[in-house]
Design a protein around this ligand. Structure first.
Ligand code: NAP
Ligand code: ZN
Ligand code: ZN
Length: 362
């Protein structure tokens, strides 16, 4: 008979888990493996709440296995390293994002694109090499192979840096890959949430013109004055959308819910590219004419490889890019999820695991 989550490994662990598709999270005792030769073990201090955590705990993508400990924007301090670990030592500030494993022999893996390996292992809700399930960062400790651990730059605050581990790399990678960093470019960002707000910051750090396309007029002032967006378009205002038609070289679409693509494709110049980053529950409609007229492209992009994730963190540290966060205690997590579902967060919740998790132990 399979062992219980508490008994399958030698090291005790404690976190919060969802037990079913209600997504309600509650305290959960489980276990983690011993520190292997190539592993880095760390005490989790902060973990961001990504909208993917919300999709996952509610089984909106149809692949949930419970109990599920979510969390893939994990930062903390190293407590133990395996004998073959070269890059990290006890006391270092580190992070783990969405990945903890891949095959390391396919073309994607040799190109430093573990994120596109067909055998990738996500940080939670996946079977690991040893057959046990992966558990994420809403927990006290984390252990991962050195390859999947990144260094948090010295000058980067840990809590505000945590969301870069998923939101940051998810927007940085397509900005670079699709050439949206070239001087003079005009880039649209759709959705001002966790991904969207760091997308504005990275795009501005690259020096391009940025327009925010949002359903929330209430976010306009802050988007321009604080985040540095050059302009703001309310997506359900036909006049504003009309005025922006045909002006953008590229668009990053971070919307988490089903929405029409036709108006967004209209914002692109000829040869413009719409990059889908959000993962709505249901498929999106793609009208062929809107692509044919103007030779436009629709593409997708998923997080980033480990080498690029480190590069992104170093770039962020150099350009003072961090997330705007609301730090919340562990027992606020269910309320945070309700607010996230309503796009009511500026702009990322980060759980203060280090100071608030242990108090929730039954
Ligand atoms: P988030 O913080 O909830 O932000 C999503 C934003 O989308 C909201 O703030 C809102 O912005 C807008 N929005 C929400 N519902 C909408 C609707 N019905 N119509 C139009 N706009 C709507 O979520 P997030 O953490 O940034 O994640 C966004 C999406 O990316 C999720 O689906 C997540 O799973 C996915 N994701 C993908 C990857 C990847 O590798 N591709 C990585 C991480 C996350 P406004 O108020 O400005 O309209
Ligand atoms: Zn995420
Ligand atoms: Zn591979």
């Amino acid at each position: 008979m399979a062992k219980s989550p508490e008994e399958e490994h030698p090291v005790k662990a404690f976190g919060w888990a969802a037990r079913d598709h209600s997504g309600h999270l509650s305290p959960f005792n489980f276990s983690r493996r011993e520190t292997g030769e190539e592993d880095v073990r760390f005490k989790v201090l902060y973990c961001g709440i990504c909208h993917s955590d919300l999709h996952s705990i509610k089984n909106e993508w149809g692949n949930a296995a419970y109990p599920m400990v979510p969390g893939h924007e994990i930062v903390g301090v190293v407590t133990e390293v395996g004998s073959k670990v070269e890059k990290f030592k006890v006391g270092d500030k580190v992070g783990v994002g969405c990945l903890v494993g891949a095959c390391h022999s396919c073309e994607s893996c040799s190109d430093d694109l573990e994120n596109y390996c067909s055998k990738l292992i996500l940080t939670y809700n996946m079977p690991y090499h040893d057959g046990t399930r992966t558990y994420g960062g809403y927990s006290d400790t984390m252990v991962a192979p050195e390859r999947y651990v990144v260094r948090i730059p010295d000058n980067m605050p840990l809590a505000a840096g945590a969301p870069l581990l998923c939101a940051g790399i998810t927007v940085y990678s397509p900005l670079k890959y699709f050439g949206f960093t070239q001087p003079g470019m005009h880039i649209g960002i759709v959705g001002l949430g966790g991904l969207g707000h760091v997308a504005v910051k990275f795009a501005k750090a690259f020096g391009v013109k940025v327009t925010l396309i949002s359903t929330s007029l209430s976010k306009k002032k802050e988007a321009i004055e604080h985040l540095g967006a050059d302009s703001f378009v309310v997506s359900h205002d036909p006049e504003q959308m009309q005025a922006a038609m045909g002006t953008m070289d590229g668009i990053l679409d971070t919307v988490s819910a089903t929405h029409p693509l036709l108006p967004l494709l209209g914002l692109l110049k000829n040869n413009g590219k719409l990059i889908l980053l959000g993962v709505p529950e249901k498929p999106l409609e793609l009208p062929a004419f809107s692509l044919i007229m103007g030779r436009k492209t629709v593409a997708g992009s998923g997080i980033g490889g480990m080498k690029e994730t480190q590069e992104m963190l170093d770039f962020a540290a150099k350009h003072n890019v961090t997330a705007d966060i609301e730090v919340v205690p562990m027992d606020y997590v269910n309320t945070a999820m309700e607010r996230l579902a309503k796009a009511d967060v500026r702009y990322r919740f980060v759980i203060d695991i280090g100071n608030s998790l242990s108090a929730t132990k039954p």
